[in-house]
Design a protein around this ligand. Structure first.
Ligand code: MN
Length: 251
């Protein structure tokens, strides 16, 4: 028995397989006589696989968000947390997020003994992707959408006179190190990903579309760019006459 503690490392999904942005955590690979492959795949809003098929089929289990799936000749269907999808051997299909919601699923696949892997075809066009027939709105391209991604109370009324927004890029593999800001900071990830941890709290992995909040004076233990680096917008709430400042305590 071997336990792999979370968070696991993840990798960007290969662009020849994906429209948009997705990350893959490999949870199980064929080993010994086992031919089972399990991945946790997280699609950013708008991201989806190309059309493809699996030699022995595939089972998807939605674990976060809302997604879409379609088999060749069928309608685009909405899938939600807890839903499972069984894809038949050789059945052409695609799966991904909705235009406005990220989606994570487990992808469980048995690989054939001859080593064949999934076969890829053309990308899912925007017309196909936006062609939900079910009458539900998740798959339509909305002319306007307003999704609340964070609703954060502040510890006290803040005399904010100015908000400075910075685009911050951290090189692949670089760790920001323990740091403290002189005011509250909000952020949203644009590209790449980072392992994020406030001191004393669990680590999480921030990915495109994720937002975060660092309270004034909070000790940020980790903001470590993963393999492709990370770019995010940081929103610094500032009282009159103050500029953003960052300190790096020794420990
Ligand atoms: Mn598939």
């Amino acid at each position: 028995m071997r336990i792999s503690p979370a968070p696991r490392t993840s990798a960007s999904a290969p662009s020849e397989w994906i429209t948009g942005y997705a990350r893959i955590e490999s949870l199980a690979t064929p080993q010994g006589p086992s031919r089972t492959k399990v991945d946790s795949v997280r699609f950013a809003p708008g991201a989806r696989t190309h059309w493809h098929r699996h030699p022995l089929g595939q089972v998807l289990v939605v674990t976060e968000g809302t997604g879409l799936v379609q088999r060749r000749g069928g309608e685009v269907e909405t899938i939600r947390v807890g839903d499972t999808v069984r894809i038949e051997p050789g059945e052409w299909h695609w799966h991904g997020a909705t235009p406005t919601s990220a989606m994570r699923h487990l992808a469980v696949e048995e690989l054939p003994a001859d080593g064949r892997t999934a076969e890829r075809a053309e990308p899912v066009s925007d017309a196909e992707y936006h062609s939900v027939q079910s009458g539900e709105d998740e798959g339509q391209a909305p002319p306007l959408s307003r999704v609340i991604v964070m609703d954060q109370k502040l510890p006290e009324a803040l005399a904010t006179h100015r908000v400075e927004i910075r685009r911050i890029t951290i090189a692949p593999g670089h760790a920001a190190g323990l740091h403290v800001h002189n005011g509250p900071v909000f952020g949203s990830i644009e590209t790449g990903s980072a392992v994020y941890q406030l001191e004393g709290e669990p680590e999480t992995v921030l990915e495109p579309g994720d937002v975060f909040y660092e309270p004034e004076g909070a000790r940020v233990a980790r903001f470590d760019a993963q393999d492709e680096g990370v770019t995010f917008l940081g929103y610094f709430l500032l009282p009159d006459g103050m500029n953003p400042d960052i300190t790096f305590p020794d420990a």
